[in-house]
Design a protein around this ligand. Structure first.
Ligand code: ATP
Ligand code: MG
Length: 258
C-alpha cells in the first residue's frame, strides 16, 4: 500500500463528507475505481434492517447491464464494514474505464459529439429492465476507441431500479430520457434531439411529444424524490407480479448493439 508505484497510480475522483471515490491498481492489471460511502452510525443499525446496502444494489445492476452487453464498468466487488478512518462504510469496486472523461468535462461540451450511440445504449439498458434513476451527462463517461466514434459508458447506478421486463415507454424509462435531455439542454446540446431519440427507437412524432414534456420537466430534489418513490412502487409491484414476471426476466431480450 505504501509502495510508491502503487501510490503513483492512485487517483482521487471525489472527496466529500459522505462519499469518497478513488482509483487504485488491481493485482491483475488495470485499475479499480473504489466508491466508498460513509454511513451515519446512529441510523445504520436501523437502516440496515429495512434498506439494502446501496452498493449491493448498484453492484447487481451493473452486473446485469454488463451481462446484457450494455457499455458500463465491470462491477468487481462490494462490501461493508467499519474502519478507524471512515467509521461504518459501504464500498463498491468497479473496473476503471481507462482514459474516460464525464460527458460534462469534454473541452467542446457534449455538443461536440454525435450522441445517437449514447441513446442506443440507453435503449439497451431499458431493454435489460434497468431504470438508471440519475441519468445526467455527468454520469456518462466518454472513452476513445480504436473504432470511428467514441464509446459511451453508463455509470453511477446508485439510484437505479431493476424491472422484470423492457421499460421503454414506461414512466421510469421516460424519466431517464427526460433527465438526460434536460442535462444536455443545460449544456446547450439539444439541437439533434429528434435524431438521438430515433436511435432510442422513437418515431419523430413520439420524440416531439417527449420534447414537449421536456419543457415542463423538473429535476430538483422534491421532484426527484417523488419520481424515485413512484419508480420504487412500480419496481415493487413488478417484483410481486407472479411467476410470469420471473419467466419474462429469464427470456428478456435486448436489441443488438447498433
Ligand atoms: N469505472 C469508472 N471508470 C472511470 N471513472 C470512473 C468510474 N467510476 C467512477 N468514475 C469517476 O468517478 C466519478 C464519480 O463516480 P460516481 O458518479 O459513480 O460517484 P457519485 O458520488 O455517485 O457521483 P455524483 O453523485 O457526483 O454523480 C465519475 O464522475 C467519474 O469521473
Ligand atoms: Mg455520478
Amino acid at each position: 500500500m505504501n509502495d510508491p508505484a502503487f501510490l503513483a497510480r492512485q487517483r482521487l475522483y471525489k472527496a466529500e463528507t459522505g462519499t469518497l471515490v478513488w482509483s487504485e491498481p488491481l493485482p491483475s492489471g488495470g485499475n479499480a475505481v473504489v466508491k466508498l460511502y460513509r454511513r451515519r452510525p446512529l441510523l445504520d443499525p436501523i437502516r440496515r434492517r429495512f434498506i439494502p446496502y446501496r452498493v449491493e444494489r448498484e453492484y447487481g445492476l451493473l452486473r446485469r447491464l454488463y451481462e446484457h452487453g450494455v457499455a458500463c464498468p465491470e462491477a468487481l466487488a462490494w462490501s461493508h464494514g467499519r474502519s478507524r478512518v471512515h467509521g461504518r462504510f459501504e464500498r463498491l469496486d468497479t473496473r476503471e474505464v481507462e482514459g474516460a472523461v464525464p460527458l460534462t468535462d469534454l473541452p467542446g461540451g457534449p455538443a461536440s459529439l454525435e450522441l445517437a450511440p449514447l441513446f442506443a445504449q440507453v435503449r439497451r439498458m431499458h431493454a435489460a429492465g434497468v431504470a438508471h434513476g440519475a441519468l445526467y451527462a455527468r454520469n456518462v463517461l466518454v472513452a476513445r476507441t480504436p473504432g470511428p466514434g467514441p464509446q459511451f459508458f453508463l455509470i453511477d447506478l446508485a439510484h437505479g431500479r431493476a424491472f422484470t421486463r423492457d421499460i421503454a415507454g414506461s414512466h421510469p424509462g421516460d424519466y431517464d430520457l427526460l433527465d438526460l435531455l434536460l442535462s444536455l439542454k443545460r449544456q446547450g446540446a439539444i439541437d439533434a434531439a429528434v435524431e438521438w431519440l430515433a436511435a432510442y427507437g422513437l418515431t419523430p412524432d413520439a420524440a416531439r411529444s417527449l420534447l414537449k414534456r421536456l419543457e415542463r420537466h423538473r429535476n430538483e430534489r422534491p421532484w426527484r424524490h417523488f419520481r424515485r418513490i413512484e419508480t420504487d412502487s412500480r419496481a415493487l409491484l413488478a417484483a410481486l407480479g407472479s411467476g410470469a414476471s420471473r419467466a419474462s426476466a429469464a427470456t428478456l431480450t435486448v436489441p443488438d448493439q447498433g
